[in-house]
Design a protein around this ligand. Structure first.
Ligand code: UD1
Length: 431
């Protein structure tokens, strides 16, 4: 298993191009199951979750072509299996997104039940409840969700909780249902708008994406399309944080500042000089100390839970006390235990972290527990005194394109050590 070794102390400054959004690319690729025609998706990030999605579609019989710029062309006319096996679902929970499209177009699907994960139990009850309301029979057998339906029927669905992939799953299914589906209390994330735009280009009739009520008039069939994935607002936020906490100055290209208002607002509040243009953001860290900022995560347009770990780090090195409240996921504070090992002063009380800023962190061996926690620990390593070894970085490769190479471009001292190196040394644990 690869590890990263980060050496701290250098301001991170320069210019970075932001990749396409993982959380937009995954549903866009999966939406190709809804049509017999070809779908071309460009600006796809080079990530393990994308490879998993290709494997998932490929083993169902979907034809896939990828060019050197990561444009992916799918052809689901050759689909011959509607099964998402445990081996793939367990590595990527978003695999559940195949359920709606498969039931809508093929009338049946078997998808392994995702288990628990490092950031909580993450159930899929809302996905299932919505599909049942549209006329799907669902049973559980051998760890699998087995779903069957004749043509889905449009209906009114109230989401008890705001769910991003839940909204996407039901929106995709509803495009081919008979009649009108209304999703109330829908998620409003930019990735949902991106998916709706692509589906509408394929012939779907979706209105209201980006608001909490989405109305979908079902059509008989969808055609092909070509679509460019929106920029990754979480990758962008992570690089802004890198410059901020290290005392640097950064310019991001290929971004959409309007998707990042909550994060940009908090960075300004912390003392950064932030400027934006149509597709760029620049940030200069404050000359004096970083001001601590209160954070409360919530669904879009609120402060994203996927930026919580990085802002815990910002507050850890800020001048004063702050609280960070995680309201979206249970158990999403694993990075705090590792940060404490580097010298952070953080108390945990349920879903609230009370942080007293410290003047410096010390390098230490740490373990990544989930995708965004990994980003926080890498940045911590890059500002700590001495060396930090970050283990279990397979999490980061799921969601950040070449993060070590991109960080090196802005001056980070970071090295990837292939797993085989450690495996051959008896004093180093492999996992
Ligand atoms: C998506 C994102 C993830 C982000 C999260 C919240 C993708 C591929 N992943 O995950 O990066 O952190 O949104 O912004 O887009 N819930 C239920 N029942 C359900 C579904 C969800 O109780 O059927 C709960 C979850 O446990 C969680 C909350 O709803 O507490 C929000 O989860 P959700 O928005 O569904 O997250 P994901 O779509 O899995």
């Amino acid at each position: 298993m690869d590890k990263l070794i980060a050496t701290g102390g250098k301001p991170l400054s320069g210019e970075i191009r932001i990749s396409g959004a993982k959380n937009a690319a995954l549903p866009l690729m999966i939406s190709s199951l809804l049509t017999r025609e070809t779908v071309m998706i460009s600006n796809v990030p080079h990530l393990n979750d994308i490879t998993t999605t290709m494997e998932l579609l490929g083993q169902m019989g979907v034809g896939l072509q990828v060019d050197e710029k990561m444009s992916i062309q799918t052809d689901a006319s050759t689909l011959n299996s509607a099964v998402a096996p445990y081996e793939l679902v367990k590595t990527m929970r978003a695999s559940i997104l195949v359920l709606g499209p498969l039931v809508a177009r093929y009338g049946h699907a078997e998808v392994s039940l995702p288990g628990g994960c490092a950031i909580g139990s993450r159930p899929v009850n809302l996905h299932l409840k919505g599909l049942e309301a549209m006329g799907t029979d669902i049973i559980f057998e051998g760890g699998y969700i087995k779903a069957r339906a004749k043509r889905l029927k449009g209906t009114r669905i109230f989401m008890d909780m705001i769910s991003v992939t839940g909204t996407e799953n039901l929106m995709m299914a509803a495009t081919l249902a008979k009649g009108t589906t209304v999703i109330e209390n829908a998620a409003k994330e930019p990735e949902i708008v991106d998916l709706a735009e692509s589906l509408n280009d394929m012939g779907a009739r979706i209105e209201g994406a980006g608001t909490d009520q989405i109305v979908i008039d079902g059509v008989e069939e969808l055609g092909g399309t070509a679509h460019r994935v929106i920029p990754d607002r979480i990758e962008a936020g992570t690089f802004l944080l890198a410059a901020m906490v290290s005392g640097g100055q950064i310019k991001l290209r290929d971004v959409r500042p309007q998707h990042m208002e909550a994060v940009l607002g908090k960075l300004s509040e912390a003392g950064a000089a932030v400027e934006t243009g149509e597709d760029w953001i620049s940030l200069k860290s404050p000359d004096g100390p970083i001001r601590p900022v209160g954070i409360r995560t919530s669904p879009y347009p609120g402060f994203p839970t996927d930026m919580q770990a990085q802002f815990v780090l910002l507050n850890t090195v800020a001048d004063g006390m702050s609280t960070v409240v995680e309201t979206v996921f249970e158990n999403r504070f694993m990075h705090i235990h590792e940060l404490r090992r580097m010298g952070a002063n953080i108390e945990l009380d349920g879903n609230t972290a009370v942080i007293q800023g410290v003047s410096r962190l010390n390098g230490a061996p740490v373990m990544a527990t989930d995708l965004r926690a990994s980003a926080c620990l890498i940045l911590a390593g890059l500002i700590a005194e001495g060396q930090t070894t970050i283990d279990r970085i397979y999490h980061i490769d799921r969601g950040y394109e070449c993060i070590d190479e991109k960080l090196a471009l802005i001056g980070a001292r970071i090295k990837r050590i292939p797993g085989a190196y450690f495996a051959s040394r008896s004093d180093e644990p492999v996992s």
